[in-house]
Design a protein around this ligand. Structure first.
Ligand code: SF4
Length: 275
């Protein structure tokens, strides 16, 4: 491990770039160094998906590779990208009361127990299903008049909820257990790793693009313009925190909804150092 949480700044023309690299490592077997980048996403990260394709022109990655060489004097062969796919599981909720259905017994031939599920009473965290059986003969030992065959302990089997019915919400522990089991069963669907490289011939164009981007941002700022980037409004299942303002549903000057003065502490530190 050559560096961890490594901050950097470097100049490209009259533009100063800054940031923090998760880690830089050196592979013992080859002596090659790599930037390590940890990401989490809800996007499709399967092999060949657009997530990986886009990294070929990813600006942040280009900056990190240049930063390692220019600012930290560690020329790297590329970046090892570890991507954690955020589980999209939702807690399972109890089936709405009006959609709960119970198994229906066949009835008892011996005594005529009719095996009907009768009144259903729901209390806090429990459900009581009363038997509602009528018998044609004195109750037999097999079903005790319920029409439901007795189990080995002599207790009539009760009407059971259908397999797709839940009587209670999934608890937090059950939810966690289910997610952990799912990740353990198919880890490659949740953690992907790839090595991303930049060819020497690609770097000059990348740097030019970066400078162009900054030039455009400066020009926009000087003109009082703030061009929207609508391709980033929705990421995964969530909308950008400014969506309400950008879509005209809220006022950006509403400081209650869009509080001021909460810049990320790391950005504040970097800005102070750069000043
Ligand atoms: S909603 Fe967010 S991403 Fe979309 S234009 Fe507004 S600030 Fe940019």
């Amino acid at each position: 491990m050559l560096a961890v949480e490594q901050e950097f700044t470097y100049w490209l023309g009259d533009v100063q770039f800054g940031g923090k690299i998760d880690a830089i490592i050196r592979e013992r077997s080859t002596g090659h160094s790599y930037v390590i980048e940890h990401k989490s996403t809800v996007q499709d990260t399967s092999a060949g998906s657009p997530y990986w394709s886009k990294l070929a022109v990813d600006t942040q990655l280009s900056i990190y590779l240049d930063a390692a060489a220019f600012a930290l004097d560690i020329p790297v062969h590329g970046a090892i990208y570890d991507v954690l796919k955020r589980p999209q599981h939702e807690p399972k909720l109890a089936t709405p009361a009006d959609r709960i259905e119970y198994t229906i017994g066949k009835g008892c031939k011996a005594c005529g127990g009719s095996a009907k599920a009768g009144e259903v009473t729901r209390g806090r965290g429990h459900t009581i299903v009363a038997f509602a059986s009528s018998v044609e003969h004195p109750p037999c030992a097999e079903c005790k008049g319920t029409g439901w065959k007795c189990d080995k302990d002599g207790v009539p089997q009760e009407p059971r909820p259908y397999a797709n019915v839940r009587l209670t919400d999934e608890t937090l522990d059950e939810f966690e257990e289910r997610i952990v089991a799912d990740i353990a069963a198919r880890p490659d669907d949740f953690l992907q790793r790839a090595v991303i490289v930049r060819l020497e011939s690609e770097l000059p164009r990348m740097r030019e693009e970066l400078i162009e981007q900054v030039t455009l941002m400066r020009a926009a700022a000087a003109s009082g313009l703030a061009p929207p980037n609508h391709s980033a409004c929705s990421m995964g299942r969530e909308m950008c925190g400014f969506w309400a303002a950008c879509s005209g549903q809220a006022d950006i000057d509403d400081e209650h909804q869009f509080p001021r003065g909460v810049a990320h502490p790391e950005l504040v530190q970097i800005n102070h150092r750069a000043a």
